[in-house]
Write a protein that binds this ligand. Structure first.
Ligand SMILES: [Ca+2]
Ligand SMILES: [Ca+2]
Length: 165
């Protein structure tokens, strides 16, 4: 039946998208019920349901918060934001050959802009409520579950040139 085949193809595509997702190691950690980064079949199904289009937005936001909270302290602080930005701009500090596309002062400025906008109680970190609030204004931040490639937040000078044939 084509319905079944369609589902299977979608699943395979989702797995492919996950492979290119800059947050894949974090996603596996967050969805791992043993918290060892390994996914059981149930964990895997949970993960796929969050990636599916029918998943309620608030659930996606909740998981996005957990994924972005790298040190698991229930707050998205400066170091978490730095890691998120590095990954969104294509440099994963977990990789030995990571190239940082943003200069330290640009990173500093970007983080202070985010905090200025989103850190309502000015404790230099985003609580879940603050994160939820900023998401409502910048929905791109939950796109990690939409297309697997992460939000398109590339610095303007990195926009790839189109090949004109
Ligand atoms: Ca944190
Ligand atoms: Ca705060």
């Amino acid at each position: 039946m084509t319905g079944m085949l369609g589902c299977l193809l979608k699943l395979i595509m989702d797995i492919h998208e996950l492979k290119v997702n800059p947050f894949r190691d974090r996603i596996c950690e967050v969805f791992s019920s043993q918290q060892d980064g390994m996914l059981s079949f149930e964990d895997f199904l949970d993960m796929m349901s969050v990636f599916s289009d029918s998943c309620p937005k608030n659930v996606k936001v909740e998981y996005a918060f957990r994924i972005y909270d790298f040190d698991n302290n229930d707050m998205i602080g400066k170091t978490d934001l730095e890691e998120v930005i590095n990954r969104l701009t294509g440099s994963n500090s977990q990789l030995p050959d990571a190239q940082h596309l943003l200069k330290p002062d640009e990173m500093e400025k970007l983080i202070s802009n985010i905090l200025q906008e989103a850190d309502l109680d000015q404790d230099k970190a985003l609580s879940y409520a603050e994160f939820e609030h900023v998401i409502s204004k910048a929905p791109d931040f939950v796109n990690i579950f939409e297309n697997g490639a992460g939000p398109q937040l590339k610095p303007p000078n990195l926009i790839t040139k189109h090949n004109v044939s």
